[in-house]
Design a protein around this ligand. Structure first.
Ligand SMILES: *Cc1c(COP(=O)(O)O)cnc(C)c1O
Length: 446
């Protein structure tokens, strides 16, 4: 990416000099080499480390940005970081949870979320999961018009409060930038279906309605939410006119992104909150809908930057390219392998060293896409160095799997007082073999 001589957020970045005097940008890390040396005495790499202070400060900034809306609430997308200790922190900061499966509902319940603290935004939903959501008192967000009869059959009634997911089709565009392609997405109801769904639901006893839409992912711009809000607010006013339904909330869902690359300008959540407020006052207030609550279901924005994957360099290989083999692999962080996603890497303790070595940083899977970085300029890496892979707090550990018999890592929490708490232990072979528990051949390992 382009080198820029200066950056408007000097506190967030420091420069890393390359050998030829060029500058590349370096992202700050929330854990120092000294802290890592202490942590790795107690826990083996790899592990995900989360920053409680960052999580709390960011959650407060979000709440502040939407404080103009009395009903505002963030429902944290559990799938991003499904850990009860993380959910507990967000609960203390006033968040609810957004769940899309039975186990996410169970975890929310266990942490103490109940009733309308929980949003159930699922798709292709197994009918029993509607029953569990209803049992917990969650708000059910219907992905499709056919789910109305499915819910009715399952519960015997339609809940008083219910939400519908909207998909406008086509492409989602802001000015000349096409941001995403809702017409190709499996989610949500068409414009016609949502009116019909509201009518049917109302007839069957629903009293309070919500609208939900998720039209673009990882948007690194302050314009996404306001543009989405405009579409949904106009839709809300139309739906109210057409069906007479009481619209209680509008759920802008997830999609606010984070700057994975060091030269990307981060979103300014205050600007985003203000942008949504302007549209609210322009559209909803004149429509007599100034009591509508705004909800969000952010995952990446809430946790992404406040987690990192710490891994150790264990091999160097010089063939047609220069490889650094680390003790983490795509099982611990799938995004680079799956999407070719960029994750910045800092070599702990070498934050200010020149980035004059070009490496591929690889994991050990028998898959050539198991690379955390390709042709990345980094400081010279020595065996035993700790590599900090940035922005793994959301959709990091959570996407883990067990390919090649690899085991999932521990999750650690760096608390505000500087102490470290293990919030999930690393998997053991016994965990991996646990589902073979009836197998006599495996006895030795169970
Ligand atoms: C994934 C998801 C989110 C969170 O998305 P982020 O990109 O992490 O903000 C929110 N709502 C629903 C329904 C989702 O599927």
């Amino acid at each position: 990416m382009a080198d820029r001589p200066c950056f408007p957020f000097p506190g967030l970045f420091v420069f890393c000099r390359t050998g030829k005097g060029r500058k590349t940008m370096e992202k700050n890390v929330f854990v120092s080499k000294e802290q890592l040396d202490e942590i790795t005495k107690k826990w083996l790499t790899p592990f995900h480390l989360y920053d409680e202070r960052g999580i709390r400060e960011n959650a407060r900034a979000l709440r502040e940005a939407f404080s103009w809306n009395p009903g505002y609430r963030e429902y944290f997308a559990v799938k991003a970081t499904p850990n009860p200790y993380i959910l507990q922190i967000l609960k203390e900061e006033g968040c609810g949870t957004d769940c899309s499966s039975a186990t996410e509902l169970m975890m929310s319940d266990a942490v103490g979320f109940s009733g309308h603290d929980i949003m159930f935004s699922s798709n292709d939903t197994p009918p029993e999961e509607f029953a569990l959501a209803e049992q917990l008192g969650a708000i059910i967000n219907l992905d499709d018009i056919t789910h109305i009869s499915c819910v009715e059959k399952m519960l015997g009634y339609i809940p008083k409060t219910v939400s519908c997911r909207f998909n406008p089709g086509g492409v989602f565009q802001i000015s000349n930038d096409i941001m995403d392609n809702p017409g190709e997405a499996k989610y949500g109801m068409t414009r016609r279906q949502i009116t019909e769904a509201y009518r049917i639901l109302k007839e069957k006893g629903a009293e309070h309605f919500g609208i939900h839409a998720f039209l673009a992912s990882n948007t690194v711009t302050n314009d996404y939410y306001p543009a989405l809000a405009r579409q949904l607010f106009e839709l809300a006013a139309e739906l109210k006119r057409e069906t007479g339904a009481h619209i209680a909330f509008i759920n802008l869902s997830g999609g606010i992104g984070i700057p994975y690359r060091p030269d990307q300008e981060p979103n300014d959540i205050r600007v985003i909150g203000e942008g949504v407020r302007k549209v609210y006052e322009e559209i909803l207030v004149p429509a007599g809908m100034g009591d509508v609550a705004i909800y969000t279901e952010l995952g990446r924005f809430m946790l992404g930057p406040y987690g990192c994957l710490v891994t150790k360099a264990i091999h160097e290989k010089h063939t047609y390219k220069e490889y650094i083999g680390v003790d983490a692999c795509a099982v611990n962080l799938m995004r680079p392998a799956m999407y070719g996603a960029y994750h910045h890497i800092t070599v702990s303790g070498k934050e200010h060293a020149p980035c004059d070595h070009k490496y591929d940083v690889t994991g050990s899977l028998c898959e050539n896409n198991d690379k955390f970085a390709i042709d990345r300029m980094l400081p010279e890496i020595e065996m035993g160095d700790y590599l900090i892979i940035h922005d793994t707090g959301a959709h990091g550990f959570a996407m883990g799997y067990n390919y090649n018999g690899k085991l999932k890592s521990a999750e650690l929490l760096l608390k505000e007082d500087g102490s470290v708490q293990q919030i999930r232990r690393a998997e053991t072979p016994k965990d991996y073999f646990a589902t073979l528990d009836g197998c006599p051949m495996m006895k030795k390992y169970l």
